[in-house]
Design a protein around this ligand. Structure first.
Ligand code: NDP
Ligand code: 8X3
Length: 280
């Protein structure tokens, strides 16, 4: 039987990209389950999902995709998907989150802290202060506030899994990425400390560190400039949101005594934040 059936997953940034793909994969029986002769690879998800982000319409579209994926799977368990409008940089909204969550979905088993973004590639000295504060408010303070909220509950129930989305940018700083890299280095430090603090508990802590993934990330970085966003992926096949979703669902579906601490994932033609091979 699956380790994820009927579990409740909370995903921030579920309205697009990695978060949306992760929601759909948690909703259904995924590809691993097509290999029934290798039981350890069986990952039937069938989870319930709290979908959080700022854009309500986009969340509803992802909710519909989850409903369709669950239906197609023919699973009886799971199938409850609640879109909840929430800005993770809004501390008051986080404090009152439970009032928006249906009572049947309040016992969260897995927290996926995925909401995050970067704006621009400006050098230090030229970066708009509001952009600095916005990135820290979402990527760091929002992630910390969500974790603190859920961890109280995880500790009380002696269960839970925190999966934070870091980045290669949290391991290697690059030119034009000072603030974003600083936020992802902060995610890495916070996540590592927390894993050490929880060593005497059943609570698991995972950090997924993607390289280049084609989502709305570059569109947001370049403020809607589609050509600038496209040029990031010229001559190289990037990862997809689905590729990272597979890693997240994989980490979440290991047996309870196994903790995938960190996973660094690149496209095959990327080897660091800045070293990549592009076809001419
Ligand atoms: P997307 O832009 O496609 O998705 C970002 C998600 O975060 C959206 O759902 C967005 O929803 C949400 N979000 C942003 N700000 C907030 C906020 N304040 N409150 C709530 N939700 C918010 O990009 P990705 O899917 O690529 O990004 C997901 C994560 O992956 C990020 O943390 C990013 O840093 C990380 N990452 C991405 C990589 C890449 O190359 N794409 C590589 C490594 C890491 P909404 O606008 O509706 O609020
Ligand atoms: C996203 C990867 O290299 O664009 O976290 O910063 S990068």
């Amino acid at each position: 039987a699956s380790r994820l059936l009927g579990k409740t997953v909370l995903i921030t940034g579920a309205s697009s990209g990695i978060g949306a793909a992760t929601a759909v994969l948690f909703a259904k029986v995924n590809a691993f389950s097509l290999i029934p002769i290798i039981p350890s690879l069986i990952v039937q998800a069938g989870s319930n999902i709290l979908l959080l982000a700022r854009r309500e319409d986009a969340l509803k579209t992802v909710q519909q995709a989850c409903v369709a994926a669950h239906k197609e799977s023919g699973l009886k368990e799971g199938g409850h998907f609640a879109p909840i409008q929430l800005d993770v940089s809004d501390k008051a909204a986080i404090a009152s989150l439970w009032s928006k969550v249906p009572s049947s979905l309040r016992n969260v088993d897995i927290l996926v802290n995925n909401a995050g973004y970067v704006i621009g590639r400006d050098y230090v000295g030229d970066i708009d202060e509001s952009i600095v504060e916005g990135m820290f408010a979402t990527n760091v303070l929002g992630l910390i506030a969500m974790t603190q909220l859920l961890l109280k509950d995880f500790k009380a129930r002696k269960t839970g899994h925190v999966i934070n989305i870091g980045s290669i940018a949290g391991l290697e700083a690059y030119v034009g990425g000072s603030i974003y890299c600083a936020t992802k280095f902060a995610v890495n430090a916070f996540t590592t400390s927390m894993r050490k603090e929880l060593v005497d508990t059943p609570i698991r802590v995972t950090e997924i560190q993607p390289g280049m993934v084609e989502t709305e990330f570059s569109l947001v970085r370049f403020k809607g400039d589609t050509n600038a966003a496209k040029s990031v992926y010229t001559g190289i096949q990037p990862l997809t949101g689905e590729d990272i979703a597979e890693e997240i669902v994989w980490a979440a579906s290991r047996p309870p005594h196994v903790n995938i601490a960190e996973q660094l994932i690149f496209p095959v033609n990327q080897a660091s934040a800045t070293i990549m091979h592009r076809a001419p």
